[in-house]
Write a protein that binds this ligand. Sequence first.
Ligand SMILES: Cc1cc2nc3c(=O)[nH]c(=O)nc-3n(C[C@H](O)[C@H](O)[C@H](O)COP(=O)(O)O)c2cc1C
Length: 132
Amino acid sequence: MKSVVIYSSAAGNTKAVAEYIASKTNGTAVSIADVKPIDLEGCDTVIFGSRVHAGSIKKAIVDYNAANKDALAGMKKAFFVCCVYKDEKAEKQVAKFAAELGISTGTFFNKGKKLVTENPGEIDDFIAHISQ
Ligand SMILES: Cc1cc2nc3c(=O)[nH]c(=O)nc-3n(C[C@H](O)[C@H](O)[C@H](O)COP(=O)(O)O)c2cc1C
């Protein structure tokens, strides 16, 4: 797998998870706010990551996905969000984002920065799921 992890983070949790996923998937983590155009050369997998604010993921992520349909076609796609909601409320958010992005493989993480340093197994499970 060679991935590109395209993320939007405000307080650093999504960034930490994005960088962890990139490090484990032979990839690069790119903030949607930084370099454009994003280099997809040689990538077989795109993973979007976003913080959740007021029930929404970052619009720039949704817009990038929509605007680059052709470039992303044929790549494996997945997404994750960093949020405070847990359980059913979080699952409900994830389902909404899955529909919005047209990507069925998605999950949520709480306390992303802590997860990366203390319990990355949860993120590893997500990565294993994408690789299938
Ligand atoms: C203004 C604001 C609104 C938020 N709204 C939501 C929300 O609707 N649902 C949720 O689960 N978490 C919400 N959160 C929590 C953030 O998604 C969570 O802290 C996340 O880890 C932030 O990611 P970041 O550190 O990458 O910015 C909100 C946080 C802020 C500051």
